[in-house]
Design a protein around this ligand. Sequence first.
Ligand code: SF4
Ligand code: SF4
Length: 437
Amino acid sequence: MATSATKKTPAEELLEILGPVDRYHDHAANGDFGMPARTTMEDYLEPHAYAGPQSRLGPLEKVHAFWFAGMSCDGCTVSVTGAQAPSVESLLLGAHPGLPRVILHHPVVNIESGPAYLRAHEHALKGELGAPYVIILEGSISDETAAHAAGGYWSGQGEEPWGADGELRTVSTDEWIARLAPGAAASIAIGTCATWGGIPAAHGNPTGAMSLMDFLGKDYISALGVPVVNIPGCAPVGDNFTETVAAILYFLQGFGPLPEFDELGRPAWLFGETVHRHCVRGAYYEEGSFADEFGDKECLVEIGCWGPVVNCNITSRGAINHAGGCMNSGGACIGCTMPGFPDKFTPFYKAPPGSLVSTAASTAVGRIIKPLRMFTNDHLNREVRWDVEGEVPSGWSSERSEPGKVREAGHKVYDTLRRRGDTGKNDGDEWGKGGDS
Ligand code: SF4
Ligand code: SF4
């Protein structure tokens, strides 16, 4: 019986079934097939790239990035193409001093297709690419060994002459990943499906869906010694991905240390805080003010927000270009960045069980704190002269009622406390409503 030390990874099991490959497309014979623009993305962008010799400061002039889609909705692609800091365009054009130019191979955005699209993949497999490469997976890995046994595949990308007697056969996403990962400078999982399995791995799925990390195994390290990098989210914040890629590229270029990752392979500086700590509705939570329905401005915990226990930075970074993002635009957190999503967070839009104690506590504290703050706010929200003269000289003054006797007394106490700490004024006359100045 195999021990855990000798147990093969799912990637190794798949390659064992499929065997080695040594035949490739005859690109000379294919001519312009797959090249409607008669050029590749790399050659097309080369004249426009800003990365002239002056900005190519490090040893690397370019790095190839092979993007693969497993069991995915393509939402990660959509969010990354909208990234702004840095943008995909700036990475492709080598616009960041010191960064190598990124040569992207993406099945949706590249201008070459068919066998021409796969030419660089083949070069990478053969070790003839002439530059380092990283692999990027969106979507989860499916169990292709099960599909293979049934004569099919779950998700694939292109065909290669790897069938019996050189026949073309569809190459599954898993197979590309399994063959390319050992030689990659870095392997990056983007989105919750690729990082933890996500929705395709939810309870009851028939695909055996798993994460990139599970597929490659715990001992996987890239050719440059980096374990799988995970950037979760469903969909992820596009900037989280491009920023991490830029940080890794600086590392590859020798201009910086390997960025800090946590024990789950997430960029530590992006996923170290909970949603709640930076939520725009956090003060409502603290005061025990909770929304009854979507559209209310208060904290959403009682209608299903998991923010206090979820690692995600969307409330501070926004969904795109610092705009939008769950609570900022009215949505409750359903834990989409987390391992175990979605099963550990269902049923959605119901108060998380653990929230009962904390919301009861903040409701109790809020009942005391909130009126006191309103009290003080009422008095601070006035010019001192209005207090002295007993009127607000504004056409809007009819909108403001004068504080009643209880608030007046409360303010007196509060102001006495405040003035105790103000050594410059505590000997002077009181300056405020009810004072003698
Ligand atoms: S909406 Fe969610 S994240 Fe925001 S304060 Fe309420 S519980 Fe916390
Ligand atoms: S706040 Fe919650 S639901 Fe929204 S992106 Fe972050 S983890 Fe996902």
